[in-house]
Design a protein around this ligand. Structure first.
Ligand code: DX5
Ligand code: ZN
Length: 223
């Protein structure tokens, strides 16, 4: 079995109070978050609109934690530099968002950020087999992207398992993140399948005590 016992927790600010975003970032950082997950939506690749690089830049002074920027935008290429300059540490693009993921990942690396690739529920793990050597993060969507608060798709667990095998075969240090419907019940399923980063919006920001919510996502994991 996969040996990671303590997953990294990345709260998604999509479920935070947007009128107090800076404080909300500080609050989860104090509560033990490992990364801050920022969901960028364009109303085109996904049927919702969230925020752009200005907001990432405005939040940058509020935390030294890695900013994990999930781009649900098509095309992504014209905006990569703006997100890198805004302070994104990781820039994740969707494999479904254009024909030239290889070029985009090269560009992200050249901008000094860590490149990541995201797979929607309908996309097979093999879709990223030719670019594994270019990424530092692989993100499996366990809901259809666009909204928080959806139900975890257990159909994605075999894909997580397969990607963990593919990562191990590379011998490279690649994080495997899962995003969507993560809560204290689904978190152990994702970790057991091989995930080492859990992204969670409502399971953290909709709870009264962020530290307890973060602990609850980590604690059920067995060795
Ligand atoms: C969905 C986003 C997720 C979302 C997760 O498109 O990528 O990051 O905010 O929200 P929950 O944890 O509520 O499913
Ligand atoms: Zn996300």
């Amino acid at each position: 079995m996969h040996s990671v016992t303590r997953p990294l927790i990345a709260p998604s600010v999509l479920a935070a109070d947007f009128a107090r975003l800076g404080e909300e970032v500080q609050a989860v950082a104090r509560a033990g978050a490992d990364w801050i997950h920022l969901d960028v939506m364009d109303g085109h690749f996904v049927p919702n609109i969230s925020f752009g690089p200005q907001v990432v830049k405005a939040l940058r002074p509020y935390s030294t934690l890695p900013f994990d920027v999930h781009l649900m935008i098509e095309p992504a290429d014209p905006y990569l530099e703006a997100f890198a300059k805004a302070g994104a540490d990781h820039i994740l693009i969707h494999i479904e968002a254009g024909p030239h993921a290889h070029r985009s990942l090269q560009h992200i690396r050249a901008l000094g950020a860590k490149p990541g690739i995201v797979l929607c529920p309908a996309t097979p793990p093999e879709a990223v087999s030719e670019i594994l050597d270019m990424v530092d993060v692989i993100l499996v969507m366990s809901v259809n992207p666009g909204f928080g608060g959806q139900k975890f798709l257990t159909s994605q667990l075999p894909k997580i398992r397969r990607l963990r095998e593919m990562i191990t075969a590379t011998g490279r240090d690649i994080r495997l993140a899962v995003d969507g419907g993560i809560d204290p019940k689904t978190a152990p399923l994702a970790v057991e399948a091989g995930a080492d980063v859990l992204i969670a919006g409502s399971a953290i920001y909709a709870q009264p005590d962020y530290a307890a919510a973060i602990d609850a996502l980590r604690s059920p994991v067995t060795a």
